[in-house]
Design a protein around this ligand. Structure first.
Ligand code: ATP
Ligand code: MG
Length: 315
């Protein structure tokens, strides 16, 4: 079975309880939840029974161990998670605006996450990797971008493939390193997994169709656009396929894109068709938003089969 590896931030997430709650005044919070987009991604891969691992760094504190134990328990290879003796595990505080949009206070760059490096264990994990996945949220410093470039070299050198989810958070676009690295990633990825609005952020094109053409012409073999409650669409040089969503009541959108991507990539590496991969990935994303907490909605194939059997697709 093919092994999937990712590299990037592991965090705890702490959530404001009420919609519209401010972070400029005291309020009730819930957490810590295991989190970090790459961590959610790889946890979902593990839940599907696919061999997988993550390169990361946490502090020697409860937040770090909460994540390591969670990922290990779900079947992720945690050998390349460094436990830093002096740094503190990264964190994200999230609140929901009345309209459902999310605002974050991140502590990533100046946490243990900022010390992710190409350790011996990381090299070993990457040497046995068939597919490497990167989240745009991980491109937060020159230092980590360098490590990612080295990792891509190792994986591509061994004939592996790369996927990239830009996962842009408005709070992160102020980081200058990130903008440059987004372009680098587009150049090297085989599967590109943007959300609808992200496509226009990354190209000069005015409409989605032209943007998709432009990105395919850059050498990306396939693009899967995530459209929230509207499902997802696949594009390659020859064809496009739309995957209809499974309407659900959204309780917490965090993690939907990560679980979607993990399920899509896993299905494709298992040799499943685009249509089947989209169906499982849409079900995976939909199931995630019905659960509170970023990593709490990851699904096994049995859970996805049961979900698909009991839900109608959107018209
Ligand atoms: P994130 O904001 O977490 O980064 P994203 O923008 O990367 O998410 P979304 O498009 O929000 O990703 O969600 C991924 C997939 O999950 C969608 O393509 C869809 O299949 C499913 N999904 C998300 N929200 C809903 C919803 N409210 N109802 C049904 N399915 C949903
Ligand atoms: Mg996303």
């Amino acid at each position: 079975m093919k092994k999937i590896v990712t590299l990037g931030e592991i965090l705890v997430e702490i959530m404001a309880v009420d919609r519209g709650q401010s972070f400029r005044a005291p309020g009730t919070l819930v957490g810590p939840f295991a989190s970090g987009a790459p961590a959610i991604f790889i946890d979902q891969v593990a839940k599907l029974g696919q061999p997988c691992g993550i390169v990361s760094c946490v502090g020697d504190d409860d937040f770090g161990w909460l994540n390591i134990e969670r990922l290990r328990g779900d079947g992720v290879d945690v050998s390349a998670i460094r436990v830093h003796p002096e740094q503190v595990t990264g964190s994200a505080f999230v609140r929901y605006q009345e309209n459902g949009e999310r605002d974050f206070v991140f502590n990533i760059k100046n946490s243990a996450c900022g010390h992710i490096s190409m350790t011996e264990q990381a090299e070993k994990l990457l040497a046995g990797c068939d597919h490497f996945h990167i989240m745009g949220s991980s491109l937060f410093s020159f230092r980590i971008i360098d490590v990612i470039k080295k990792a891509i070299e190792i994986v591509k050198g061994n004939g592996g493939t790369v996927s990239f989810d830009p996962n842009i958070r408005k709070e992160m676009l102020n980081i200058p390193e990130m903008r440059a690295a987004l372009e680098f990633m587009l150049e090297y990825c085989d599967i590109f997994l943007p959300s609808g609005p992200e496509i226009s952020l990354l190209t000069e094109a005015d409409d989605e169709e032209t943007a998709i053409r432009e990105i395919l012409d850059m050498g990306v073999s396939s693009i899967v656009v995530k459209r929230g409650p509207k499902g997802s669409s696949y594009y390659d040089a020859e064809r496009s396929v739309h995957g209809r969503s499974f309407p659900v009541e959204e309780l917490d959108p965090t993690g939907a894109g990560d679980c979607f991507g993990a399920t899509y990539v896993t299905c494709r590496l298992q040799g499943r068709s685009v249509e089947e991969a989209l169906r499982y990935a849409n079900a995976s994303g939909a199931r995630t938003v019905t659960r509170k907490g970023p990593m709490e909605g990851a699904s096994s194939f049995a859970e996805l089969d049961a979900f698909i059997a009991s839900h109608e697709v959107a018209a």
